[in-house]
Design a protein around this ligand. Structure first.
Ligand code: URA
Length: 251
């Protein structure tokens, strides 16, 4: 290889390294595992804790801070001031999720409404109060015993359904939350959350009340609390579903 080739190769490495570091900077990460930036007399050093420690090609692997993280705090940091979809334009707060990171039971809704957007916490409006009643009065648990999250983390305008590109952008965060919490049971709230989790187009009326599996985790679909506010007659069906969850948790 002549010196021109060497110079070109060096330049390519420098560009690749800079892009790699910029990606991590954008993700709010100063240090990613072993890829810690340090310089010795202006030369990136090899050795433990150096940027080039580890496999030869680590530098060129696009490390994904969302999938790499091992904690909910790390996941929240990796999401950062999210601009991955158009919902960011209308949000006040990104609504990440709330509750016990070791919860046995997790509730998944659709996306934040107005109250949730303003407060930055899921299910705090009228539908949220009904969900809280289900958890506390119905199940005898405290809200902080369970974990509550949504499919999309930012409020869709006028509370419309999230669009496919918005779900696609946000779904990895929910998947990672579920992976990190690893609940025994997920209760899917409403058609949208359940169809997203199960990758199904079946109506919620057909899905609810039966156990399903989300990657090996028991999933109980039920009606959304907002639907129950409009159709209080169906509360008894939700109670049937919740009794199955209580029974499974007791086992
Ligand atoms: N509806 C949802 O699906 N999620 C919330 O957080 C609030 C209302």
């Amino acid at each position: 290889m002549d010196s021109l080739d060497d110079a070109e190769e060096l330049a390519a490495v420098a560009v690749s390294l800079r892009r790699h570091l910029e990606r991590h900077q954008r993700a709010g990460i100063g240090a990613v595992g072993r890829a810690v930036v340090s310089k010795t007399n202006g030369v990136a050093a090899r050795g433990s804790g150096s940027p080039l420690a580890g496999a030869e090609n680590d530098l060129f692997v696009d490390v994904n801070p969302v999938s790499e993280t091992g904690s909910l705090e790390g996941l929240r940091a990796a999401i950062g001031d999210c601009r991955r979809c158009k919902l960011c334009a209308g949000r006040t707060n990104l609504v990440f999720g709330v509750g016990n990171p070791n919860a046995r039971l997790m509730f998944v809704g659709e996306g934040p409404g107005r109250d949730e957007d303003l407060q930055g916490e899921p299910f705090v409006g009228r539908a949220g109060q009904l969900l809280t009643d289900i958890i506390t009065k119905g199940m005898g648990l405290r809200r902080e015993d369970v974990y509550i999250a949504n499919v999309v983390k930012c409020r869709p305008p006028e509370n419309r359904n999230p669009e496919p590109d918005e779900v696609a952008a946000c779904e990895p965060f929910l998947k990672k939350q579920i992976e990190l919490i690893h609940p025994e049971i997920i209760v899917g709230l409403g058609k949208f959350a359940v169809q997203t989790l199960l990758q199904s187009k079946m109506p919620i009326t057909k899905l609810r009340g039966q156990w399903h599996s989300y990657h090996g985790i028991k999933l109980m679909p039920t009606f959304h609390p907002a639907y129950l506010l409009r159709n209080p007659g169906d509360k008894k069906l939700v109670w049937e579903d919740i009794k199955k969850v209580i029974e499974a948790l007791g086992a």
